[in-house]
Design a protein around this ligand. Sequence first.
Ligand code: HEM
Length: 426
Amino acid sequence: MTDLLIADDPLYDELYDVRREAMEMGNLIEEDANPAMGALRDKAPVHKGYLRELLNLPALHRHVSAKGKDGYTCFSFETCEQAFRDGERFSMKILQMPSIDGERRLAFLEMDDPEHRRHRATMQPMFVKPRTLTWWRQRWINDIVGSLIEALKKRDRAELNIQLCARVPVHTITRAVGMDGDDSLEFRNALLRTTSHSITAEQRGIAAATVERMLMELIAKRRAVPGDDVVTGLIAAELELSDGTRRPLTDREIMGNCRLVMLAGGGTSWRQFGITLWALLTHRAQLEAVRADRSLVDAAIEEAVRWNPTDPVFSRLAVQDAELGGVHIPEGSVLDICLGAANRDPSRWENPDAYDLHRRFQGHLGFGIGTHLCMGQNVARSEINVGINALLDAFPNLRLDPDAPAPYLTGGLEQRGMSGVPVLLR
Ligand code: HEM
């Protein structure tokens, strides 16, 4: 394992601070938005207005293409599921930005079917369950978690949000793509800077060039000598075209796909891992139940994603007139899908605001649903599962540090995470 994995590099603190991340994006909200989102859901399944507007927060258009358009928000499980599944009316065009060369910034995430499905198919086989339990765990996750836990064993207390939760996903996805682990932070830093609001356009351009250079160099290397990683898999993959013929992916398509999974997989798993640990550490009986019966680890993770999904809202562009929850949504307006409220819909879950890993499992929307259902969900589950098991094995007295500030859920409205996860290990 590389030194950077366990090093006290200040860049970890800088890149893995949910409040700082939200301030850079301009969407910080300190208070828990769940009660207000729940009240709106209980009033009506769909409301006119952007989620931010309905929560009385200052306007902020995350998506450039939303500017000047009317907003609507759906809150109930039924309407959110319907919106996610109805790609014909509710389109991913909301994510598309004017670009000089027509390149899709977020690859197939920005596409609608059938184009989206054909592009996603070039990557999907590397992310399905048997592969995440074998290839991903055995090649990367087990070793990364193992080294981090060995380093923690030398300490009495730790900040798990930084020392474990942040490091597992960034090192997993960087190595799985095919890069050197020691490039993890430099790459992530550049990747985040490509969309940062707090730097100049010129600085964003420099960051984008760094991302492109690092990925293009890797692709050239793997074309010359194949490895056993995602880039090598993409070089071997074929893209099906609309006429049914197939061709290999271009370097730029491979680069776009890698950029997407490195963006989508770096921050989400970190924040959700922290939320899951917080849930367990503040519900001691459930933590002890999991410690005694490790088959409950998966339920602990799934319930955390239902209870507090790190990304509680995603948007779509209405590309046709639509009817949703009895509300007319005109073509050209933006729909915010408040899956955070849907995941606590009392018509689907009893006592939905409680974290209860023993509840009967019901599918939630924390990983989305329909054609854009999270492609990395089983990688995320594996990372968090291996991490929790290793923590419980190594530290029988694991508990929140009573001398540290009590952790709380914070960050941006669209990306929630923990202020910290300070623990005593002994
Ligand atoms: C617990 C952690 C995670 C959560 C809660 C999460 C959540 C989501 C959600 C809600 C979507 C759907 C977005 C939409 O419909 O607009 C999504 C899509 C996606 N996620 Fe995740 N994600 C997580 C981890 C990951 C990881 C680890 C990876 C990659 C290794 C990943 C890769 C993707 C990709 C590629 C998509 C786009 C799928 C498509 O457009 O077809 N995610 N994720």
